[in-house]
Design a protein around this ligand. Structure first.
Ligand code: KG4
Ligand code: ZN
Length: 368
């Protein structure tokens, strides 16, 4: 079963080809500067990049795999969640190829794909994670720039939503703190690097919602607490300043390098502890055989080390893609998720079904 998959959900233009669960080719383009002065992605710029580079990226994966479009059995594409107009070029291309080559189209949820990335194998059929298969019940945690969600999986493609962030996503909080510290966008890995030379106990930051009975998170309060510390360090602390009026801005030029490193380390510790408190609670409630993690933030090795210890403590298995490129956005994970969707009959076969596929920017993972 050969699948050509496309992902244009954000600012990476990606394509991949799989043969069953082996990734035989993978390519992406993400060099063009598509970020605005606030550090966010400019959707129209991302769309333009996808339109320009999708074709060459597909040509690359075909060349790498030695296959022609005629050899592909299924086309797969992310239809959400993601930036609305960035999703369009990917969906249009996948529809065009499906109709032209008379092959079914598999619509894939980007976050489901982050979870299924752990089942990818390399060309030689070696697993690209710690496992060959998922064991159920499993907990699945998705943590990225837009998501912080926890699910129980009793079987493949079945997701029971048990926890979520009530405000900012964890990756978003890394990016916002990065902005205060003048680190550019995205800032997650830079915060991780700086934290290595910082004192993680210097600032006593909150773990919002850690006492609540549910499995939800909040990262907005943590971000604001960091902002106040940054203002204080910069000598701009105004006690009467109303919370809502504090501006998120780059005042890093007023901070010493050691202050920046200490803020990064203290923030990372608080964010990771916040996550761990609720995950430990969920493990106690659901005694999962596996804790599967997906999304860009799992690239953080401080987080992974702490999750690894938690998994050991409760005799469960931590599962994540080992290569870094499979943790952040890529189309290989779309191809792997598509394989499971095909196994479950979740494909579009008629021209009418294919024509009717639309982007769903706020697509959720629902119980199936
Ligand atoms: O999954 P992803 O590549 O794109 C989305 O679907 O959002 O995740 C991107 C997010 C960004 O917020 C980025 O700052 C964060 O993942 N990230 C990290 C690290 N590497 C990427 N956060 C913390 N530590 C990292 N090493
Ligand atoms: Zn993603």
């Amino acid at each position: 079963m050969r699948i050509l998959a496309i992902d244009t959900s954000c600012d990476d233009t990606s394509a991949a080809i799989s043969d069953s669960d082996r990734i035989v080719a993978n390519a992406f383009w993400s060099k063009v500067k598509v970020h605005n002065e606030w550090g966010g992605v400019v959707p129209s710029e991302a769309k333009r990049q996808h339109e320009e580079f999708l074709e060459p990226v597909i040509t690359n994966v075909l060349k790498e795999s030695g296959l022609r479009l005629e050899d592909i059995n299924y086309f797969a594409v992310t239809y959400g969640p993601g930036l609305a107009i960035a999703l369009e070029p990917g969906i249009d291309k996948a529809k065009e190829l499906s109709v032209k080559y008379n092959r079914p189209l598999v619509p894939v949820n980007h976050m489901v794909a982050h979870i299924y990335a752990s089942l990818a194998k390399d060309k030689d059929n070696k697993p690209l994670s710690q496992v060959n298969e998922f064991e159920f019940p499993a907990l699945a945690l998705t943590i990225s720039g837009g998501h912080t969600d926890l699910y129980v999986m009793e079987r493949h493609l079945s997701f029971h939503h048990i926890g979520r962030t009530l405000d900012d996503a964890i990756g978003e909080s890394f990016d916002k703190v990065g902005r205060m510290l003048g680190l550019g966008f995205p800032a997650g890995y830079k915060i991780e690097e700086l934290a290595k030379s910082g004192n993680k106990n210097r600032f006593n930051l909150p773990r919002p919602l850690s006492q609540s009975d549910d499995l939800n998170w909040s990262f907005s309060g943590l971000k604001t607490a960091v902002l106040y510390e940054v203002y204080k360090l910069a000598g701009e602390y105004r006690p009467n300043q109303e919370k809502g009026k504090v501006k998120l801005q780059d005042i890093s030029d007023k901070l010493k390098p050691q202050d920046i490193a200490d803020i990064a380390a203290s923030f990372q510790l608080a964010a990771v502890n916040s996550l761990l408190i609720k995950i430990e609670k969920a493990i106690r409630s659901y005694t999962p055989k596996m804790l599967i993690i997906g999304g860009g933030v799992i690239a953080n090795s401080f987080l992974r080390m702490n999750l690894e210890n938690l998994a050991l403590k409760y005799d469960t298995k931590l599962v994540y893609p080992t290569p870094m490129w499979l943790c952040t956005d890529n189309a290989a994970m779309i191809a792997i998720a598509a394989k499971f969707l095909i196994d479950h009959g979740k494909i579009l076969s008629t021209k009418e079904e294919i024509d009717n596929l639309e982007r769903i920017p706020n697509l959720r993972i629902t119980k199936e």
